[in-house]
Design a protein around this ligand. Structure first.
Ligand SMILES: Nc1ncnc2c1ncn2[C@@H]1O[C@H](COP(=O)(O)OP(=O)(O)OP(=O)(O)O)[C@@H](O)[C@H]1O
Ligand SMILES: O=P(O)(O)OC[C@H]1O[C@](O)(CO)[C@@H](O)[C@@H]1O
Ligand SMILES: [Mg+2]
Length: 459
């Protein structure tokens, strides 16, 4: 199914009748390479051939509504209450987004009441709906220097109707949901339940996750900070491996079912011999299997460095059964991953010993170390600008939408699209080509069962 222009339209709560306090700032604004004027749109596709396939005039090809302040807004700032919640795994930049939201709401729109709901969407259940914190610029002044989230986060499913009751009881007009695929899914259910009740409450998602597994955004915030931190561990394990006879350095990195952190960290560290990601299955055995390649690298250079995405090789661990992997799911329904790092260590150590290359194994699993840090400079700016875009969207009455950066422009993406599929590394894309060019590893290790085609199109 090819996306059409109407698939990318964002819902508006109604006519914007109030003058925006930022209207004066907009008087001279027009579209340029550095600004998307009100009413203009950002193309979904950015190559001549992809655009030509539509055989449509520019105004009809799929495009996103540009983000940014509007001259007229839907809500009366003097009477608005905003709510903020952070959900799912921690991610560098969460506090930066909270700070940006509060600053833009309070300072520029003069919104007087901003409620922080605690510990993820459980903070919107009947049990916790009154345990909120009033957020003011003074309260959030220095939080951007800290990792984590001052509001707390959690996993688990909550009832949409119960959450809507909380918004009504607390008088919330705008709800900002900062979350990953799960959080965006929850925001979708929340806005659906609000619409079914005919309520005038805007729900705006701010996509978040170190995994970068969200579609329709160039990168999710926190991803750059996480993979930058991961390069430190790759550097350490490379030193250990290079300083030991038949050294084998392995770093296992987060990313769930997407291999972006492993791919980018390996490219940034630029010293890995092998990168293993969930999107590309691998076999241990056989003349072109992984073990033969590891042995060849150890014989050639005396050591080997492997960057392993935590979601790689799950098929080698999976047992048949209802959850496919037999390990069940977490409170949010995410499949629990098996420890492919342990399997890799065992198989490589045994193979090299049998080949007469007694190995020195060095294994690092940074785990939470790459996501509990503060945002780096890039993500700090990105988070602040996403927060500004989210406030402008909400005040202009947009809802059931996320703010995202798409081809360098800030845009509004319907939540239904944000949850339509998982963003994964395209085995036929240029990122993976760069990894192969850097590691000189083969495109595949061992004879592959038919690889589950990674859905990398727009839909
Ligand atoms: N299928 C779902 N239906 C309703 N709500 C959901 C669903 N999945 C997740 N949620 C809600 O979203 C919250 C966050 O989801 P999850 O724990 O999967 O993390 P996430 O938002 O995907 O972030 P990350 O991927 O960075 O960990 C959950 O606590 C739950 O409240
Ligand atoms: O926070 P938990 O429940 O330990 O889950 C860890 C998962 O969360 C993430 O950090 C973000 O989704 C994944 O990369 C990782 O697999
Ligand atoms: Mg997720």
């Amino acid at each position: 199914m090819t996306l059409q222009l109407d698939d990318l339209r964002v819902r508006h709560l109604g006519e914007c009748r109030y003058d925006s306090p930022l209207a004066e700032m907009l008087s001279t604004k027009q579209t340029s390479p550095h600004y998307v004027a009100e009413g203009d749109r950002v193309l979904l596709e950015d190559t001549v051939s992809m655009l030509a396939e539509h055989r449509l005039p520019p105004a009809r090809v799929p495009s996103f509504e540009g983000a940014g302040p509007r001259r007229k807004i839907y809500f009366d700032p003097a009477r608005v209450t905003a709510g903020i919640v952070t959900c799912g795994g921690l991610c560098p930049g969460l506090n930066n987004v909270i700070r940006g939201l509060v600053q833009e709401l309070a300072v520029h729109y003069k919104v007087k009441r901003i409620l922080g709901f605690r510990n993820g969407l459980r903070g919107l259940t009947a049990e916790h709906r009154h345990d909120t914190v009033e957020l003011t610029p003074a309260h959030v002044r220095g939080i951007h220097k800290d990792g984590g989230t001052i509001l707390g986060s959690s996993r688990g499913g909550q009832d949409a109707e119960e959450m809507v009751d909380s918004l009504v009881l607390r008088g919330v007009d705008i709800m900002f949901v900062i979350g990953g695929d799960g959080g965006m899914r929850a925001a979708t259910y929340l806005s659906d339940a609000i619409r079914a009740r005919g309520l005038d409450i805007a729900v705006i998602g701010v996509p978040k996750t170190i995994d970068n597994d969200l579609p329709f955004t160039d990168q999710s915030f926190g991803f750059q900070s996480a993979f930058a931190r991961a390069t430190d561990f790759i550097a350490s394990v490379s030193v250990e491996a290079a300083s030991s006879p038949n050294g084998v350095g392995i770093v296992k990195l987060m990313g769930r079912h997407s291999g972006f952190i492993a791919s980018y960290a390996a490219l940034a560290a630029n010293g890995a011999d092998i990168v293993l990601i969930p999107e590309i299955p691998f076999a241990f055995e056989g003349p072109d299997g992984l073990l033969a390649h590891v042995e060849q690298r150890v014989r050639a250079k005396g050591h080997v460095v492997i960057v392993l995405a935590e979601g790689a090789g799950q098929d080698l661990l999976d047992q048949p059964g209802p959850q496919r992997n037999g390990r069940g799911t977490d409170a949010s329904g995410n499949v629990k991953l098996g420890n492919v790092g342990e399997l890799l260590k065992e198989r490589i150590a045994a193979h090299l010993a049998a080949a007469g290359l007694a190995p020195t194994m060095r294994y690092i699993d940074p785990s939470y170390s790459i996501r509990s840090i503060a945002a780096n400079a890039y993500d700090s700016v990105y988070c602040l600008r996403l927060a500004h875009a989210a406030v402008h969207a909400a005040m202009a009455g947009r809802t059931a939408a996320a703010v995202a950066r798409w081809r360098r422009r800030f845009v509004h993406v319907p939540l239904s699209l944000m949850t339509s599929r998982r963003n994964q590394v395209d085995p036929d894309g240029d990122l993976w080509m760069s990894v192969l060019e850097t590691t000189c590893q083969p495109a595949a290790f061992g004879s592959q069962p038919d690889r589950e085609k990674v859905r990398t199109g727009f839909c």
